[in-house]
Structure formats: C-alpha cells, structure tokens
Design a protein around this ligand. Structure first.
Ligand code: SF4
Length: 175
C-alpha cells in the first residue's frame, strides 16, 4: 500500500545537502563519471532526490514521475538505467546531473535530451519477456576491459573503467 505523503513535513537541511553533494562528487569522480559543475543546479537536483528518498524510501529521478512502488520505479532510481546510454549519445543524463568528460572540458555542447524510458505499456511488455528473448533482441555491444575483465553492455565503453580506472581505449568488444 502506498504511504500517505505529506511534503510539508519533509525537509532537507543545508548541511545535509552540502555533505551529500561533496560525498557524491568524490564517489562518482572516482568511478570515472562527472557531476554537472554548476553547483547550484546540481544541488537543486540532489535536493529533490533526497526529498524523494524521504518521501518514497528510495531516491527516484527528480525529472520523472514516480508511482511510489519500488518495483515499478526501479529503473528510475538515481542513477537510472538510462544514464549511460544518454551520456554516450547526448553527453548528459536526462536531468543533466551527470555529464560526459567531453562536455566538462567544453569540447561539445549540451543539447536537449529526449526521454529514453519506455512508455508504461512498453515497460509492461518488457516485464513479461524472458532474459533470453531480451538478450537475443538486443543490439547493444558488450565491452570488456582488457585489464581487469569488467564487462558492460552499452554503445561505447565507459570513459574510465569503474573498477581498475584505465581509460576507454583499453576496452575491447567482447563476443
Ligand atoms: S536522469 Fe540523471 S538525475 Fe535522473 S535518475 Fe538518471 S542519472 Fe539520476
């Protein structure tokens, strides 16, 4: 059963937000990701994620509508399932909380990012598919870090291996 929500009593203290911002920045930068350097914008997104965490019990995406049922919201708990493909294709996640190294270094510009999340009807169909059906219909390449063996399925390998921290060029297509 859904919780009764009362936003008027949910608060995020400034120090809680600042600590979370610092901690997340440290954490994601050591995994080869980048937070948007616009601290004010980033903190406003983080504040919404913390509020959602207090509201629903999980930190759902601040740019999407949650249904207050973790199973159905799982794909949009931050970082969402769509972050990496959006970083590969658009240089930022849907909300702009995460950005690529290219954007950070000013080598490319941010553009608008269309919603990649399947519609509720499409998600319902996907839910009923077996793993082998999903794998056989996927065209996403699989990448392997040649140094530590980390595997990931995405259009391009990550900028930095989240496990051993080597650069993208050390990845190979894995068959
Ligand atoms: S779009 Fe960005 S902020 Fe929203 S859940 Fe995905 S990673 Fe988090």
């Amino acid at each position: 059963m859904n919780n009764i929500l009362n936003d008027s009593i949910i608060l995020v203290e400034d120090n809680e937000l600042n600590n979370h911002h610092l901690e997340l920045k440290k954490q994601i930068e050591s995994s080869g990701y980048h937070l948007n350097p616009d601290a004010e914008f980033t903190k406003s997104l983080l504040k919404s994620i913390i509020l959602n965490e207090k509201r629903y019990g999980y930190g759902v995406c601040p740019c999407r509508l949650a249904v207050n049922n973790k199973k159905d919201d799982l794909d949009i708990i931050c970082p969402c399932d769509y972050r990496d493909p959006d970083l590969d294709e658009y240089g930022a996640c849907y909300c702009g909380l995460y950005i690529s190294g290219e954007i950070l270094k000013g080598k490319s510009k941010l553009k608008s990012i269309p919603e990649r999340r399947p519609s509720p009807e499409q998600r319902e169909i996907l839910k009923n598919k077996s793993i082998s059906e999903i794998l056989s219909s996927s065209t996403t390449p699989m990448w392997r870090c040649k140094v530590c063996g980390y595997l990931c399925a995405r259009e391009q390998p990550p900028e930095i291996c989240p496990i051993c921290k080597v650069e993208r060029e050390r990845f190979e297509i894995f068959k």
